[in-house]
Design a protein. Structure first.
Length: 232
């Protein structure tokens, strides 16, 4: 996927839009094609502002939770090493890229936005790895070992996703900065770290505090290991 193609995606909503290679401050080991704020010389026109709000290019920003989860996976590769990992709501693909870099058997970026999948593919290549692409959660591959998800709880109505993700794989790694209380005791908080959306959108400080959670279904791990003949 070429840079020109990503720019074309951006210009569907912002005629001056373009991407540039950038290292998010919260995960500097990964480089990404992200929105280039230098194109904003002057305020947006009314038409541009309306287009951006109506169809935002989420993939062209690297959100705080994605940076934190990607960096945490690189620091703790044992959570994904040798596993088939699917990153739900992948956006720029930073978490899927991190999983691939950390030794995942397969890393898959899952997103309903075709532009996001193009971005994930391009960003993987930029970092010297490859990721699979999944445009439909309901048609995801079988036998997923780990589901990752970052910044998917921005709407309280998305809370049921917590159960959906746990049913999809024996391990879920979740990063979130929006909900202080998840309301699902299966998710155990591992740590709280800070990062800012990149490029910086000057969000409220509370949204820069990212909590990482782990949920595991030990029975599913046991069944999977017996099926594969792996000893604990």
């Amino acid at each position: 996927m070429s840079v020109d193609s990503l720019n074309q995606h951006l210009r569907k909503t912002l005629s001056r839009g373009r991407v540039a290679v950038s290292r998010p401050a919260g995960c500097e080991r990964i480089v990404l094609y992200l929105f280039d704020p230098r194109v904003l010389e002057g305020p947006l026109s009314h038409e541009e502002a309306q287009a951006v709000v109506a169809e935002p290019a989420y993939w062209s920003f690297c959100w705080a939770s994605g940076q934190v989860l990607a960096n945490w996976i690189l620091d703790n590769p044992h959570w994904v090493e040798g596993k088939r990992v699917l990153d739900f709501g992948s956006g720029s693909g930073i978490v899927a890229v991190a999983a691939a870099m950390a030794g995942a058997k397969e890393a898959i970026a899952c997103d309903i936005d075709p532009a996001a999948l193009d971005a994930a593919n391009a960003n993987a290549a930029l970092n010297g790895v490859s990721v699979g692409l999944c445009p439909d959660w309901s048609a995801r591959p079988d036998e997923i070992d780990v589901v990752t998800a970052a910044d998917v709880l921005y709407d309280p109505e998305n809370r049921p996703l917590l159960g959906v993700l746990r049913e999809a794989a024996p391990r879920v790694l979740l990063a979130d900065s929006r909900m202080k209380v998840l309301g699902d005791e299966a998710y155990r908080k591992q740590t709280t770290l800070e990062a800012r959306t990149w490029p910086d959108l000057n969000e409220f400080e509370e949204f820069n505090k990212v909590r990482i959670y782990l949920a595991e279904n030990n029975q599913r791990w046991i069944r999977g290991e017996k099926k594969e003949g792996i000893k604990k």
